[in-house]
Design a protein around this ligand. Structure first.
Ligand SMILES: *Cc1c(COP(=O)(O)O)cnc(C)c1O
Length: 404
């Protein structure tokens, strides 16, 4: 047989035929994802697929992604630094701008030291896998971000999920953990889809009682929560009782990159052992200039975060009064839980018709049966834009509220 080409398909086509079957299967379950194309800067209004929409679909919480001050900082340092960093940090990739940024992040966070990764994903995956290994155990909230789960799996430690926010279940698990060498608890501080906060005061107590390390991922809270914008740990006043805090430069700080902060020894360990740090090229140094400018703004313009959280609270209250299920949201992330993925997609499409971008979030990002619309408020939204959203939800979907 001449290499199986008798039916007109090449061997590669035949071997990959299962992918088309799987994609059709996703399509039928309304779970196939598609890219839309945004033109122009990320902001509260954006052009998507050729149409201008009010944008409730970014993580640009402080409206810094399109801020000209960040672009100017990059343009200015680009002249001196050039573009690429050309090597991993431990080889020759670590530039003076990276070094200054790491010190600045540590200072901003009130921590001894910080390590900058190429993304928040890399920070989580690298840090978790560096802290535990075979013979250890890691406990994670079932709603933790995918990057934390990937870190857990990479670590080859025993991995246990506990029900969302359930400190009692975690207590029961920790009570049976004494035979492990090391224990680690990992949690999002602010959960990315439900917009609720982890019970950090209970978790720090448990970590102390059972001698477990605690890692908190502040990806959605950096720049937004806490008096100084350090995140949910600051909000609860537990920063000093948390072993590792992870943050990202890509959400409220409007750029790219992630970081881990904590004691000097911890950061030194991660610098040696976090594989996503050791084996990946350093970010272009100019991205550190953007992060520097963003931190300036976070420090000098605290009203951005205060007003954002205030508006989010009022939006949640009015949506709840209209009968929508906003889950346990306590933040600028306001979900409308509808359950069925098809319904979430239809609601999102109806809002898009009305000029609003509100993404439908489906499995595997959320568990089966918990599809939702994810409203993400930013400092760039005006009261008028939020009112347009309220009115559209009311008008397009008059019968959909109560049942949800
Ligand atoms: C987005 C996100 C990350 C990853 O951060 P990136 O900088 O986008 O890679 C990590 N954790 C959580 C909870 C996130 O939502």
């Amino acid at each position: 047989m001449n290499r199986g080409e008798y039916d007109g398909r090449s061997p590669v086509e035949k071997r990959l035929a299962w992918i088309n079957d799987e994609l059709t299967c996703l399509e039928n379950k309304k779970l196939r994802r598609r890219l839309s194309v945004r033109e122009g800067p990320q902001s509260a209004r954006c052009w998507v697929d050729g149409r201008e929409l009010i944008n409730f679909g970014s993580n640009d919480y402080l409206a810094l992604a399109g801020d000209p001050r960040l672009a100017e900082a990059v343009a200015e340092s680009l002249q001196r630094e050039g573009w690429g960093s050309g090597a991993s940090p431990l080889v020759t990739g670590h530039a003076a701008l990276h070094e200054r940024l790491a010190c600045r992040i540590a200072e901003f966070e009130g921590a001894e030291a910080a390590l900058v990764f190429s993304s928040g994903f890399a920070a989580n995956a690298g840090a978790v896998a560096a802290l535990v290994g075979p013979g250890d155990v890691v406990y994670g909230d079932e709603k933790n971000h995918a990057s934390l789960w990937d870190g857990c799996r990479l670590s080859r430690a025993d991995v246990r999920a506990y029900p969302h926010g359930d400190a009692d279940r975690l207590t029961a698990l920790l009570a049976k953990s004494h035979h492990y060498r090391r224990r680690l608890v990992v949690t999002d501080g602010l959960f990315s889809m439900d917009g609720d906060l982890a019970p950090l005061p209970a978790l720090v107590d448990l970590a102390e009682r059972y001698d477990a390390m605690l890692l908190v991922d502040e990806a959605h809270a950096t720049g937004v929560f806490g008096d100084r914008g350090r995140g949910v740990c600051e909000h609860f006043g537990v920063e000093d009782r948390v072993d590792v805090r992870i943050g990202t430069l890509s959400k409220a700080l409007g750029g790219v990159g992630g970081f881990a902060i904590g004691r000097r020894s911890l950061v030194e360990w991660l610098r040696n052992r976090a594989r996503s740090y050791v084996f990946s090229t350093a970010l272009p140094a100019v991205t550190a200039a953007a992060a520097w400018a963003a931190l300036d703004i976070v420090e000098r313009e605290p009203d951005r975060r205060r007003q954002l959280l205030d508006r989010a609270r009022r939006l949640r209250e009015s949506l709840q009064a209209a009968g929508w299920n906003t889950s346990a949201s306590a933040s600028q992330i306001v979900p409308i839980v509808v359950g069925d993925p098809d319904r979430a997609v239809r609601l999102s499409a109806a809002l898009q018709e009305a000029g609003l971008l509100v993404p439908a979030i489906r499995p595997p990002t959320v568990p089966d049966g918990q599809s939702l619309l994810r409203i993400s408020l930013t400092a760039g939204h005006t009261e008028a834009m939020i009112e347009t959203l309220r009115a559209a939800l009311k008008k397009c979907l008059p019968s959909q509220g109560r049942e949800a």
